[in-house]
Design a protein. Structure first.
Length: 424
């Protein structure tokens, strides 16, 4: 079968950034190995694409939607009430400004799509399931399959963490489900030929009538060029926390759980990341030996530190994708996580250690118990580390994910109902 010609819409895609832009870039780039892909992105990403070696006009097109995107972003920054906070607010503002980008995409590519220049149109980003697409209906009218996703987001806040929810300025999260009533959502899902859900929660939010074309493919992947070392921890049990130092990621719970072992010299702890909690965490850790605050680190330096650890100790209670968990697994660092949302989906039996999601007190207690057990007997860790690396190699390299999406393309183009891929 000939390689499909794909117009990949990735408004957020940038190899030099993290989070959603890195996911958009990584998937769109990986798909170039399995299809003839032309990427459509926002003008802010143009220079990074060029530095990555892509040719403008041939490999990608940069759409200038800044007339609305720039003021919308500035408004979102003001309304989110703090750097890195109010993510739901940012998504709400994006939902208002993004349609302008798609109008410009159709203005530029609509004639070619209608004329059959592309076999598939695939909207990779935005990842948020709250943002509809006008292109979906136009593609359907033109007889061109439209693939949507991976969609991910909206994981509910666990009970007992209202203080963390308020600290993140997530006021709109209380009414987030109202997006299901917004005009355009129903049409987007109806006209999509396939819907890729990046998490089990997002898949569960897709209406029943569209479940037959909804496929669960976790959002995150691993670039072996970025995370390619083999963990080689020695001596005393060593754990690492990687992420923003904010309440919902639970670094304070980790320090409390680890404190007895730190005092006894039976555990070392690396805290990688920065954020508003850092001063309070350093005060909490005062007098505890064996704990190091590294601050923000570049990707290559993160893996250098992480590869010296036995465990990723990560008690976050609200992760959509859990990319850091995959990064640890890729290095052979065993994840110790809360069994909730993204991390809970990624860490299957034998790949790591999961503690039940519950109150702060329960999570802290379960983490303390798990750390104590491993300090007493770490013999189970090497086998889990090996299994975790193997799982990443078989399912989570971006090349593997591109192959999974290529199967979706084949199903869509064959005109048969999309079977559930044997992913989990």
């Amino acid at each position: 079968m000939a390689r499909p010609r794909v117009l990949a819409i990735a408004e957020a895609a940038n190899p030099e950034w993290v989070s959603v832009p890195l996911v958009g870039w990584s998937l769109a780039s990986a798909l170039r190995d399995v299809a003839d892909v032309h990427i459509v992105t926002q003008i802010r990403n143009r220079d990074a694409f060029l530095r990555a070696g892509l040719i403008e006009g041939k490999d990608f097109t940069a759409i200038d939607s800044e007339a609305l995107a720039r003021p919308a972003w500035k408004l979102a920054e003001k309304l989110r009430m703090g750097e890195g906070k109010g993510w739901t607010m940012v998504q709400a503002i994006s939902a208002l400004s993004y349609p302008h980008f798609e109008r410009l995409v159709w203005k530029h590519f609509g004639e070619a799509i209608t004329a059959g220049a592309y076999d598939i149109v695939h909207r990779i980003t935005p990842l948020s399931p709250t943002i509809s697409s006008s292109v979906a209906a136009k593609c359907a009218k033109s007889g061109v399959p439209f693939v949507l996703g991976p969609l991910n987001g909206g994981v509910p806040w666990p009970k007992g963490f209202e203080a963390e929810r308020r600290a993140e300025k997530e006021w709109l999260s209380y009414v987030r489900s109202a997006y299901k009533l917004l005009p355009g959502r129903g049409a987007t899902l109806r006209h999509a030929s396939a819907i890729l859900a990046g998490s089990a929660h997002t898949a569960s939010e897709i209406p029943a009538q569209h479940q037959g074309k909804t496929l669960y493919i976790p959002e995150n992947g691993i670039d072996p060029a970025r995370f390619n070392r083999l963990a080689a921890p020695e001596g005393t049990l060593r754990g690492a926390f990687v992420g923003r130092l904010v309440p919902y990621k639970g670094p304070d719970m980790l320090i409390e759980a680890a404190a007895p072992l730190l005092r006894e010299g039976r555990l070392k702890l690396d805290i990688i990341g920065d954020g508003p909690m850092r001063a309070a965490l350093e005060e909490q850790a005062k007098g505890l030996p064996g704990i190091t605050f590294h601050g923000w680190q570049a990707h290559e330096d993160v893996q250098t530190i992480l590869a010296q650890c036995h465990l990723l100790t990560f008690p976050s209670i609200r992760e959509f994708g859990g990319g850091v968990v995959l990064e640890a697994m890729a290095l052979g660092v065993v994840p110790l996580i809360v069994d909730y949302a993204g991390p809970g989906e990624l860490v299957r039996e034998g790949l790591g250690i999961k503690v039940p999601c519950g109150s702060r007190e329960k999570i802290t207690r379960h983490f303390a118990q798990a750390l104590h057990t491993l300090a007493e007997d770490p013999s189970a860790l090497p086998a889990m580390a090996q299994a975790a690396r193997a799982r990443v190699e078989s399912h989570f390299l971006w090349a593997r994910k591109a192959e999974q999406v290529a199967q979706v393309y084949d199903w869509v183009l064959s005109g048969t109902p999309a079977p559930k891929p044997a992913f989990f």
